[in-house]
Design a binder for this molecule. Structure first.
Ligand code: NAP
Length: 258
């Protein structure tokens, strides 16, 4: 057990499932007080984590969340903008409506933009804080059959994160991006099912096709959510005190470019 986050208050959006849950649990285990958000309250025990229900694709949710954090804790040290999803059908440009594009941008870009804007005053006041935005490798290496609008929204998140890191460094706040490849989560399974339906192939064929498009996974398997959680726990700790403006690929070696 590592107590490097004792005394820290951390927000993890989408902290009830998959990668977000693994991150929230890693931060709790390292001593942080953790606030998690999602649309649906989990049925299982929250292990001391504080749940706020909110749909982050809606503009007003950032205000609801920041109000509750301010009233209950009065400060915030760590934000992990993890909530995100591939909301659109596969099949390329002609399948995507204006509404599809807007849905992707609201959840995968604007949710983080709004959460940070609402909560940054708490960090700026104390001249300290860490933000992690969860992106994904297809932001750099899009897969047209599957992630066109989703990749474009996450690419915008990468650019926003870099700009934010440059703006906030002098205020004592670090901003980094974590970019996973394939991770074994409920969402990954759903994405493979969607792709198999739209291309009329099996889920196994869809999964293999994604792995092939990525040029294979040198480590030979998708990530476990806990492996992403370990990286985030490190990046939000003082051990990472000189790291800001970085994009960390965590993909078993699958990104085939330098
Ligand atoms: N899985 C992968 O292979 C993979 C790879 C690269 C990057 N990522 C990124 O990692 C992040 C987490 O993905 P995951 O695979 O762990 O997803 P997941 O298993 O589907 O979990 C998503 C979490 O976000 C919440 N959420 C979803 N839509 C929301 C909304 N509109 N408002 C508020 N909360 C919402 C979910 O709870 P509710 O449904 O109850 O709201 C859940 O807690 C995403 O940003 C994704 O883009 C995933």
């Amino acid at each position: 057990m590592n107590n490097s986050l004792n005394g820290k208050i951390a927000l993890v959006t989408g902290g009830t499932k998959g990668i977000g849950k693994a991150i929230a649990d890693k931060l709790s285990n390292a001593g942080a007080t953790v606030i998690i958000t999602a649309r649906t309250k989990p049925e299982e025990s929250l292990n001391g984590q504080y749940f706020i229900g909110a749909d982050l694709s809606k503009a007003e949710s950032a205000k609801t969340i920041s109000k509750q954090i301010l009233e209950k804790y009065g400060k915030l040290d760590i934000i992990v903008n993890n909530a995100g999803a591939n909301l659109t059908p596969g099949g390329g440009y002609s399948s995507l409506t204006d509404q599809d594009w807007d849905n992707e941008l609201q959840l995968n870009l604007m949710s983080a933009v709004r959460i940070n804007k609402a909560l940054l005053p708490l960090m700026i006041e104390k001249k300290t804080g860490v933000i992690i935005n969860i992106s994904m490798n297809p932001a750099i290496q899009p897969i047209w059959e599957m992630t066109m609008a989703y990749s474009a929204a996450k690419a915008a998140l990468n650019a926003y994160s870099k700009a934010l890191a440059s703006e906030l460094g002098s205020k004592g706040i670090r901003v980094n991006t974590v970019s996973p490849g394939l991770v074994k989560t409920p969402q990954m399974h759903q994405a493979m099912e969607n792709m198999s339906r739209s291309l009329n192939i099996t889920v196994e064929e869809a999964t293999q096709s994604v792995i092939n498009k990525l040029g294979g996974v040198p480590l030979g398997r998708p990530a476990e959510p806990e492996e992403i959680g370990d990286l985030v726990r490190f990046l939000v700790s003082n051990e990472a005190s000189y790291i800001t403006g970085a994009i960390y690929q965590i993909d078993g070696g699958s990104m085939a470019v330098v």
